[in-house]
Design a protein around this ligand. Structure first.
Ligand SMILES: [Zn+2]
Length: 481
């Protein structure tokens, strides 16, 4: 072989191997413990559930990093009720500084367990909640950094099946004549959340029964990570003050037992499973009309076990491939806040002053006027506009979009229907905590999810704008594919 021929051969061999590297997928997964200190206030100010006195099961930030040689992205699922954008931005910034992964290539969501902290600065006066914010930022960044360290050749596949047992619309129309009041002392609501007893007519919206599974394996078929997505709000049935990741965490642990080879003697990174919340702002896990198990933790175990069993039986049918390409896009969108009118502020001041003078009155609960008076006064101090983050990810011919809100099932279904991709799912409460997202029509029906509060603050047209922006982003990813 003369020298020139040898050189040509070498260059060709090199370019082929570079081409192969670019075409093949690498992935890494890691789980980072984010359990807070006991004593922290759990959940929010409307649903008061703290302080924490015991840990039923540990909380985690479960991280998956994918890399196709050209694009790298991270998906993180945290066992928190919700996490404010400011905290998530800090975590992304830390990842960017440490690992060079840009903030707009990182999706971080909360599961919406109600036995975990709601991480919104200023929401709780408990100093442990403030400490937890910094802890959480660091532990999320640690998880992503570890997942990047674990990057190795991988193959990816996905599948879905329906699981209607644990999705029930929780907003129901009430018979005409039934008196529905709201905490602002007004009547006219047609819909009630979690209504029981007489007068139930029909659900005010659909549910999405689909369980989506994204599976990542080592090239030899050993499981590396599994990201599931299902649209049920949470299960609950906690003991008061106990920390828990709800069914999201139990499902993940169960899958790790079923699929993982998490041998502590192994030098391989452990298999990581995670359950993200789909579009469940108006969806409960149990049927309103049926009586459910009453023992603490019972229903949560049933839900986790049942879904894990079905995922396990579907798993062998998933077709994995090593050449899935990746893409991701992010948009920042400014939306109006439903600020109270002068009349509403005057009402709130009256109710709040009365409470201050008579502090023995019951405080708390999702229909309590005192709670909504305080929420009205809090919203009065909010800026008029709120910038939210929307993301869309493409993995081969699968797409994932994010919503920072407690998004209704009908929005998720509409995105699935109109997506240019064969398969699409939405991860809610991602990259922020921007409250419930009723459609314009649902706003008209009224009910808890529509009442202005820090838990439902975006303008009435927010859902339409978010949905159409997400679909535009998907169309853009499709056009660039
Ligand atoms: Zn909620």
């Amino acid at each position: 072989m003369n020298l020139l021929f040898r050189l040509i051969f070498l260059v060709c061999a090199l370019s082929v191997s570079i081409g192969q590297i670019h075409a093949s997928l690498r992935a890494g997964a890691a789980s980072s413990n984010i359990t807070p200190h006991l004593g922290i206030a759990l959940d929010g100010t409307i649903s008061i559930n703290g302080p924490a006195v015991e840990v039923h099961d540990e909380l985690h930030a479960r991280c998956l990093v994918l890399d196709d040689g050209e694009q790298r992205l991270a998906i993180v699922v945290c066992d928190n009720t919700m996490i404010d954008r400011s905290i998530l931005d800090r975590a992304k910034q830390l990842v960017e500084e440490r690992c060079g992964l840009p903030a707009n290539r990182i999706l971080i969501s909360a599961t919406h367990s109600h036995a975990a902290p709601r991480v919104v600065p200023g929401l709780h006066s408990n100093p442990l909640n403030h400490d937890y914010e910094t802890f959480l930022v660091r532990r999320i960044a640690d998880g992503v950094q570890q997942a990047i360290a674990n990057l190795s050749p991988a193959q990816i596949g996905w599948a879905q099946f329906d699981k209607p047992e644990f999705v029930h619309n929780r907003r129901w129309f009430i018979e005409e004549g039934s008196k529905l009041g709201n905490p602002f002392g007004k009547s006219g609501d047609q819909v009630k959340m979690n209504a029981r007893g007489e007068g139930l007519v029909k659900p005010a919206g659909p549910v999405d029964p689909e369980v989506f599974i994204l599976s990542v394996q080592h090239p030899d078929g050993r499981p590396m990570a599994l990201l599931a997505n299902y649209g049920t709000h949470y299960v609950g049935g906690y003991e008061r003050g106990h920390i828990s990741a709800d069914y999201f965490g139990l499902f993940s642990k169960r899958m790790e037992t079923l699929l993982g080879e998490n041998d502590p003697r192994s030098d391989r990174p452990p298999f990581v499973a995670m359950m993200s919340n789909g579009t469940s702002g108006d969806v409960r896990s149990s049927d309103l009309g049926k009586s459910n198990p009453v023992a603490p933790w019972e229903l949560m175990n049933i839900v986790a076990e049942s879904i894990a069993k079905d995922v396990f039986s579907t798993y062998p049918d998933i077709k994995h491939r090593e050449d899935a390409s990746l893409d991701m896009t992010e948009a920042k969108h400014s939306l109006g806040v439903r600020k109270p009118s002068a009349k509403q502020i005057a009402w709130a001041e009256r109710v709040w002053d009365n409470y201050q003078n008579n502090p023995d009155q019951k405080f708390g609960g999702s229909t309590n006027p005192i709670v909504y008076a305080r929420e009205t006064l809090a919203l009065a101090d909010y800026p008029d506009k709120r910038e939210i983050i929307l993301q869309a990810i493409r993995i081969g011919d699968l797409s994932i979009v994010s919503s920072p809100c407690e998004t209704f099932a009908e929005t998720g279904l509409a995105i699935k229907r109109r997506s240019p991709f064969k398969d699409t799912f939405t991860i809610e409460l991602a990259n922020g905590a921007d409250g419930y997202l009723p459609t314009i029509e649902q706003h008209g029906y009224g009910g808890y999810e529509t009442w202005p509060a820090r838990s439902s603050l975006l303008e009435v047209t927010a859902e339409r704008k978010i949905r159409s922006t997400l679909l535009d982003m998907l169309n853009q990813l499709k056009a660039e594919q």
